[in-house]
Design a protein around this ligand. Structure first.
Ligand code: GYE
Length: 347
């Protein structure tokens, strides 16, 4: 429980009695003590404490459950939470689940049992499997805020979700691939997918498939490479061994796309020319690859979510009702803008 609540409570009580004293004595601020016009009732003295007990960032203890440390986007997301907690004076208990769902579930239960923790913030590895522990958190009066990835659980089991519209990112990627493949006789695209079961992977794939029909794109191969550059290279090599009749690569994140670039070069193909490449995230590595002419287009996914998430956590602790989803604002970047844009990128 927040450290200074007992102090604040005590202070409020003193204030209440002072107020009562004031009013009864016709003190300076009767209006302030309007309710105390009448003899101070139990309710009045009780009311006073809650108003004064507004929780501040310095009172807040957060239990943060991260997916792991897979790549540039995740590193930026983690830094956003650690740095912003320091700036705001939030007591942050950070847990890196090393990309294991069972680690996330046990950390979640540990934070439920931790009296100091006011809010649990979760970046869920997978969309399914959270109903039970969320119900346990609700029963324990713990507030839960989701960041980065949505989950398939009843909305009343969490305060709010702050993260990207992954389906829209997938749609954007398909629209851009149509532009890149305009005039191409065949439009065979292979997909490098994020970790199986994650909302980012599920929704980006869904969004791409929603729009690919607009220009007759066919996904000929689709396989997870777990957001990883090395796995992205290996999976792309396997795709190329099977068939070189590939006109585009939809990589669900920058790292897997950079792996595909290596595989294409080693297969004697020119990435972004012989085979068009679109990635998602927009980390510095993707901009450098666009400047080098190895990637065509990048769909942005914003990792710098901490200020919004902590603000929502504080509002929830102070009893405010929040919208169930706060989508991030994101852009699309092209080779032609990469050189001028890169200096302004912070991740
Ligand atoms: O695209 C990828 C990371 O959940 C949006 O996870 C995030 C994704 C991001 O590993 O790079």
């Amino acid at each position: 429980m927040t450290r200074s609540k007992s102090i604040v409570g005590a202070l409020a009580l003193i204030m209440a009695s002072l107020l009562a004293a004031c009013s009864s004595s016709g003190g300076a601020t009767p209006s302030a003590a309007a309710p105390s016009e009448a003899a101070p009732t139990a309710a009045a003295s009780e009311a006073a404490p809650s108003a004064a007990a507004e929780t501040t960032y310095a009172d807040l203890t957060v239990g943060f459950i991260q997916t792991g440390s897979e790549g540039g986007w995740r590193a930026a997301n983690t830094a956003s939470f650690k740095d912003t907690a320091t700036q705001l004076g939030i007591n942050l208990k950070f847990y890196d689940a090393q990309n294991k769902l069972e680690n996330q579930l046990s950390a979640f239960r540990n934070f439920i049992a931790d009296d100091e923790v006011d809010v649990i913030i979760l970046a869920a590895l997978e969309a399914a499997g959270w109903d039970q522990v969320l119900q346990e958190a609700a029963d324990a009066g713990k507030i839960v805020v989701l960041e980065d990835r949505r989950i398939d659980a009843p909305e009343d089991l969490y305060a709010t979700y702050i993260g990207s519209d992954f389906t829209e990112e997938g749609r954007k990627a398909a629209v851009e691939m149509c532009t890149l493949l305009d005039g191409s006789a065949s439009k065979n695209v292979v997909e490098l997918v994020g970790n199986v079961g994650s909302s980012a992977a599920i929704d980006r794939g869904k969004g791409f498939r929603e729009k690919m029909g607009d220009c007759g794109i066919t996904i000929t191969k689709s396989q997870t490479a777990n957001w990883d550059a090395t796995e992205g290279k290996t999976v792309m090599q396997a795709f190329l061994q099977d068939s070189k009749d590939i006109q585009g690569v939809f990589a669900q994140n920058d790292e897997m796309g950079l792996g595909a670039v290596q595989a294409l070069k080693e297969a004697g193909l020119k990435p972004a020319t012989d085979v068009k490449i679109i990635t998602v995230d927009a980390t510095k590595g993707a901009f450098e690859a666009m400047i080098a002419g190895d990637i065509n287009t990048v769909v942005e996914c914003n990792p710098l979510l901490a200020p919004q998430v902590y603000e929502a956590a504080l509002k929830a602790v102070n009893g405010e009702t929040l919208p169930k989803w706060v989508p991030s604002l994101e852009s699309v970047f092209y080779q032609k803008d990469a050189e001028t844009t890169l200096p302004d990128r912070t991740y």
